[in-house]
Design a protein around this ligand. Sequence first.
Ligand code: TRP
Length: 349
Amino acid sequence: MPNERSYETAQKRSEQIAADLEKNPGAYRMLTGDRPTGRLHLGHYFGTLKRRVELQNKGVNTAVLIADYQVITDRDTTEHIQDNVYNMIMDYLACGIDPDKTMIYAHSAVPACNQLMLPFLSLVSEAELARNPTVKAEMEASGHELTGLLLTYPVHQACDILFCKGNIVPVGRDQLPHIELTRLIARRFNNRYGKVFPEVDALLSETPLLPGLDGRKMSKSYGNAISISMTAEETAKRIKKSQTDSERMITFDPEKRPGVSGLLSTAAICTGRAPEDIAAEIGMGGSGALKAYVTEAVNSYFAPIRERRHQFEGDLSYVRDVLAEGNRRANEIAERTLDEVREAMGMVY
Ligand code: TRP
């Protein structure tokens, strides 16, 4: 199972694939997904959404999953789930995910995908599941008990990836244990019953993790995130409220000045400039000038995205159609894969 050495191996593989993708985009099927627990924010955008759109436009066969069953892994409610799902689709579409090229679906709507859970569960031991560090971290962060679903959802995630024979999964480092488990399940299934599933690799993000406005990990619960769906005014307000420090001279120093540096990182990623250069330019302008600069940077970058989003907000029936069509396509693929699985297992009656 994952350790530091496997991280390095995964990173090397990821770099090889990133290079090969340029030459052979058609050889890849990319699958990735999000939990519909709230609005997507700048961390999601620069961490993965932007890349998904690039891959989609390069001709990689792409699929985006709304992982609604994963919502109940570490919480006891599905409150607002429909609203969250529709809003997530609006975020996707606004950011450039094209439903003609990319299948967008919710795994609760794809029974044949979920049925893979049965044979897959037989391929892993309790000990292998129990040592997954991401599951442990999620359990601790949420204070939730280790339910059967929290323990086994990484197997369900393998169903998400393997039903459509995904072979690359763009993810952050925290997801590597799940990819490792998916590889294990595919390998064991193929060895036991005959080759049905592909070899899966993680495509690790090349951009460093964008911190929140206060320099801490970006998180909705810290109030340090800017959502894609915010208006320009809401964005300005959030930036204005963010904590800096009493030193007037602006410098980039993430260790000692997390607030100032979080703001600089945000401006840097939106403008494509180096945070040090922005700091030098603002200099003795202080946090007021810095915040004005960041607000302008974020709002001008996201203006066209937000304008597109606004149109989808007014056309919920289109958003519903996009999901219905994605679900339909996903079901077709899942049925086909499940047939292969039954056949490989001799369950043909
Ligand atoms: N676990 C992912 C997250 O927490 C979401 C997810 C579910 C996913 N299934 C997936 C990501 C399959 C990639 C591939 O964000």
